[in-house]
Design a protein around this ligand. Structure first.
Ligand code: F6P
Length: 543
């Protein structure tokens, strides 16, 4: 048995769960008219209402005990101090240093990394200004009008999510696109209406060995050379973001056009490093720095706020309550802001690549559930798609609702209607509609079960003034730290991702076996062999 489930706090939570699992939010709210105010906290411009969770004061106290018993405080300090908590890769975990103010000092192996961080940020700012002003010219002397970020995973999801989120602040004369999929369609569609002489590629890859990114970058280079006819053009149309200088050079990008970062930045935690270059070009260095300030403000809150008022700690512990005691399989992130339409996809990698693990830091198998499946879409679209299942399905799906007081695009009464839906959903999810209430509406008896809403579906409501760059930074850091809290409780290394390796290795083996010319021997299982043969045959007959 693992030490986690033997902790007195865990055992107390198990016992406590039995006594609260059937409590209904309707009853809890009826018994305590102040619950809505009491179970809320405001910090860093974010108002969190967590009263619509299936918890009592005792639940919160026991969850806080659990956090203390795994030394969450100590782990937070270890991360911020730059200790090598990514043990399987023997690395520090210091994405928080990426947003540390210039005058601070964080030492890694005796070196103040904050100086390096700001040196890169300054270079990025200078380059962004030159591109935005037209001073940076393409090979044939034209200014850059199109920016294409090539990357995948953390080298794509962060920049694209943040670019979409901050589009309101972006230079609308620039076309900014993101190519990630090795499916040629992605690059073909991104470039089909663009002029290579006005196109800048930002090739983003921490390792610079990722097959998808390198294949896309090679094809992008061919596309450029076909129009510009001179290898010298690459230096004006390609820049790289990477930790791997040698591979960048090997690809043919001038290291002078490379923006570096460090092995202590995980891919999914890298948006605020040079990986955000295409975002910085789009929104400008000042907005980018505002975003970093938002990240930093949340870092400080996470480090210093007492647990009962600590936003990432609260969200993290509530998530553990549902995953481990209610056995919830998934968690939905539902932003009621169109600009945040990629947030759920971003959080999917952040959370699932971090805590999708079944082995603890000590190398033993867990005997409890770990990271949930993260999903979602912006409201109100989801309401007309999958909310049916959340309201009346058989599963418990905790949800985070994220909304703003003010819209960046005030248009008639759109925002009030959006937010009316926002509030209505959490109310309906919590309180539902009883058979008696349905009957009182004159609904025929046969339809009463169909029209009844059980309610008791837990939600967190997060409200902020407006979607600014700083607020985006705060929200992302909030979710980063929530994931850390949960990884700490589950005793995981949230910063490696060995689980993606096997598929990569097998794909490399299979690629030559698909060759059109020969009939290479196959030595897989009978399903994979048959599928490959079928593919070869069909493809040959189609060429
Ligand atoms: O395949 C997983 C992964 O390693 C992610 O963690 C990472 O964000 C992505 O690939 C891209 O890696 P890179 O930035 O090295 O190309």
């Amino acid at each position: 048995m693992s030490s986690l489930i033997q902790q007195p706090a865990w055992k107390s939570l198990e016992k406590h769960y039995q006594s609260v699992k059937d409590l209904h939010l309707r009853t809890m709210f009826a018994e305590d008219p102040t619950r809505g105010q009491r179970l809320s906290v405001e910090a860093q411009g974010i108002y969190l209402d967590y009263s619509k969770n299936r918890i009592t004061g005792e639940t919160l106290r026991l969850l806080a005990d659990l956090a203390e018993s795994v030394d969450l405080r100590g782990r937070i300090q270890s991360m911020f101090r730059g200790e090598k908590i990514n043990t399987t890769e023997d690395r520090a975990v210091l994405h928080t240093a990426l947003r540390a103010p210039r005058n601070t000092s964080i030492l890694v192996d005796g070196k103040n990394v904050v100086l390096d961080v700001h040196a890169v940020l300054d270079r990025m700012a200078d380059f962004s200004r030159r591109v935005r002003s037209g001073e940076w010219k393409g090979y044939s002397g034209k200014r850059m009008r199109n920016i294409i970020n090539i990357g995948i995973g953390g080298s794509d999801l962060g920049p694209v999510m943040a670019y979409e989120a901050l589009k309101h602040y972006s230079d609308r004369d620039l076309i900014v696109r993101f190519v990630s999929n090795i499916d040629g369609t992605d690059l073909a569609e991104a470039t089909r209406d663009l002029d290579p002489s006005e196109t800048l590629f930002v090739v983003c890859s921490k390792t610079f060995t990722t097959i998808e990114t390198l294949t896309n970058a090679e094809s992008a280079r061919d596309w450029c050379l076909k129009a510009l006819h001179d290898k010298q053009a690459i230096a004006r149309h390609f820049v790289a973001v990477s930790t791997n200088r040698a591979e960048v050079q090997k690809f043919g990008i001038d290291p002078a056009n490379m923006f570096g970062f460090w092995d202590w930045v995980g891919g999914r935690y890298s948006l605020d490093s040079a990986v955000g270059l295409s975002l910085m070009i789009a929104v400008g260095p000042d907005h980018f720095r505002d975003m970093l300030a938002g990240f930093h403000a949340m870092d400080e809150h996470f480090q210093s706020a007492p647990f009962p008022k600590n936003l990432p700690v609260l969200l993290g512990l509530l998530g553990v309550w549902y995953v481990n005691f209610f056995q919830a399989e998934t968690h939905a992130i539902l932003p009621y802001d169109q600009y945040l339409w990629r947030l759920s996809a971003y959080c999917q990698q952040l959370d699932m690549e971090s805590n999708g693990k079944r082995v603890t830091l000590d190398g033993t198998f867990v005997d409890y559930q770990t990271g949930p499946i993260i999903w979602g879409q912006p409201g109100t679209n989801g309401q007309h798609a999958y909310y049916q299942l959340i309201h009346q399905g058989t599963r418990l799906i905790p949800c985070d609702f994220i909304g703003f007081f003010r819209s960046l695009n005030p248009l008639g009464h759109h925002h009030d209607l959006l937010m009316a839906n926002f509030f209505a959903q959490t109310e309906a999810l919590a309180f539902g509609k009883t058979p008696e209430e349905v009957a009182a509406e004159g609904i025929p008896p046969a339809l009463i079960p169909h029209r009844t809403f059980g309610g008791n579906h837990p939600t967190n409501t997060l409200l902020a003034e407006e979607l600014t760059p700083a607020m985006l930074g705060k929200l992302i850091a909030l979710y980063e730290h929530k994931v850390f809290v949960q990884g700490t409780i589950w005793n995981l290394n949230s910063f490696d991702q060995w689980g993606v390796e096997l598929g990569k290795v097998l794909a490399k083996r299979i690629a030559p076996e698909l060759s059109v010319s020969g009939e290479p021997e196959l030595d897989h299982d009978s399903s994979t062999n048959t599928l490959i043969r079928h593919f070869r045959q069909k493809r040959r007959s189609l060429t």
